[in-house]
Every structure is written in structure tokens, then in C-alpha cells.
Design a protein around this ligand. Sequence first.
Ligand SMILES: [Fe+2]
Length: 380
Amino acid sequence: MHDFNTLVSFSFPTNILFGCGAVRSLGPHLKDKGMSRPLIVTDKNVAQLDFFKSIVKNLENQGFSIQVFFDIHKNPVKSDVLAGGEYYIKTNRDCIIGIGGGAGMDVARAIALRINHHRDLFDYDDLEGGDKYVTESVPYFVTIPTTSGTGSEVGRSAIISEDDTKRKRILFSPKLLASQVFADPELTYDLPPFVTAATGMDALTHNMEAYLAKGYHPMADGIAIKAIKMISDSIEDAVNNPRNAKARGEMMLASLMGAVAFQKGLGIVHATAHPLSTLLDMHHGLANSMMLPYGMEYNLPGLEDKFKLMETALGTNKSVYNYLHELKSCLGLPDKLSDLNVTVNHLDRLTELAYNDFCLPANPRKAGKNELREIYEKAL
Ligand SMILES: [Fe+2]
């Protein structure tokens, strides 16, 4: 039961223009804001895609001076951000467009922070109280998602790793919210089935974990439950029928809704998935899909009512645990960590990293190292 004498804070995101063709409003929007020299930040893969080239061409045809920065790592590191910040200054830019999945968007957001904040980048690490140094303005910043998973387009944080240790650091400030999101489902039509499935499972994990996370946030709970239903309705269609506007549109919105909802917190699924990416370079969405059934199974005791509501949202009469196993099999995703070259020898290190993961404290059920190791053993 929530104590209504306790103050809680709710934040909601930026302006979102959603729908097929939304990206065509980018040029007029920037003109309206008096911008003329954007730096587009993306990753190497997106930079090669036809829709990306046509966005650049369309902006140039409208008289914009465009520079593109795409030389970033799959898991972005500090030197990517520093190089991007120098490029912004050297090429005399006046705004930033982040286009991509999580990596491109994280670097774009971190560059936006970097331009007028010149301490060591990790002085701004939120987990070490760094947001108090975010005192200056940031350049005008808009985002365009090209996957439906991270929801980073509506986020206020950027996850950037240290170059040498690969330790993940979180740069956070409400100032890092994009001023405008252009959420255009057509940009996801050509994603390969595996990417659609794995990123979609990431979005499902965000919503389920946010819904169960500790804390009082009925608005986030409502958003998460609705998004769980949208994903259940659309994820298989988005994988098997990729140019379906409804399926792609619902997945894009549900992913964005997940990122709105997880301001409440995430939990044990992300805490056990992150080490699989850090240690074994596993795709983030795939890692979540591997751990999701087991994390949900762990969280069930004491939360039976919430699980009932999730089952209703999923439209199933099965348990959440069984539903998730069947969904993964329909999507062609692997079921066991051992299918992905994880062995019993990895478990000590994985457990240690999961125990220290920043997502674990929000999990509704406490977990120590023994419990975390048991979850990995089940998933193996
Ligand atoms: Fe995630």
C-alpha cells in the first residue's frame, strides 16, 4: 500500500509525431525552429540504408547543410562521444538529429550533453550524482527511431561504456530529452526478422519489468499494461509480415511506451541480461528474451494479482512463464543459454555482474547471489 504522505515525482516525455511518413516533417520542423546545420548521429549500419540516404538527400534539397557522424561502436564508448563532440564544433553545427536504435541514439544524446559541458564525460555519471553538473544548455536535439525496442528516443539518459574496461556508465539529465520525436513505422519495414523479434522482446521486457517494479506509479503501470497488450497483438505479425503498418506501428509505440514506463525502474531480467552482453557480446534484446521467462517466474510469488492482469493483457489462459516460452519459439528465438555457447564456467562471473547491476534494486523481489545463480542455472 502506498503511503500518500510520501511525495513522488512523475515525468512524461517529449512531443511525439507518430505515423507512416512522420519523418517527412523533419525538415519543416527544423526550419520552423530556425535550425539550418544539423549533425546527424547514427551507426554504421543505418548510415548505409536507403531510407537514411533519402532523409539526408531530402534535407539537402530543402537547403540544410548536413554532416553525418556514424563512426561509433556497437556498444558505444566514451571516445565515440568525444570524437562526435569535436566534429560538431569543427563543422559548426547548430542542432543534433539522433537516428537509429539504442547505440546511435545514446551517442547523439551524449554528444548533445558534451557540447556545453566540458568536465570529464563520466563526471556526469548519474549513479555518482553527476546530474548536478548538468547546468548548461544543450543544443536543439531531435530523435528518429529505426527499431522498436529500446525506446531510447523518449529517454533522458545515455549508456556509454568506458573504452578500456567496457564498464557501462549512465549519463542522465531531464535536459537530455529530445525536443521532438519523429516515430515513423515505415523506417522499420526492412529490419531482418531476428532484429524485429529480439528488439520486440526488449520492449516487452521493459513493459513487464516496469509494471512489476517497486514504487508507486499508476500512470506508468497503465502505460505498461496497454503496451504489453499491443506487443502481444503485433509482435508475430511484425516478424512474419514486416511491411504491415499496423503491426509495425503498434510495436513502435509499445517500445516508446516501455521507455516511458520504465522511469519507474526495471528489474531482475535486465540485471541478468546485461552481463550476457558485457561478457559474451550477446544482443541486448536477445539477452532479455533469454532471461525474461525465468525472471518472471522468480517474481511471481506475492504478485499473483499483477500476473493475472498481465495474462489478461497477453490474451492468454496460460501462465506468463509458459506464454513467454511459446512466444519465443513462434518467433524463432533460442530457448536455452547453452544454445548460445554459455557454459557453467561463465556462471560465477555472470552472477557477480548481475548482483551489482544497476537494474536489480528496483526488482520487486529481493535477490542475492544464490538466487541469481539459480536463475542462470535454470536458463542454461
Ligand atoms: Fe532493454
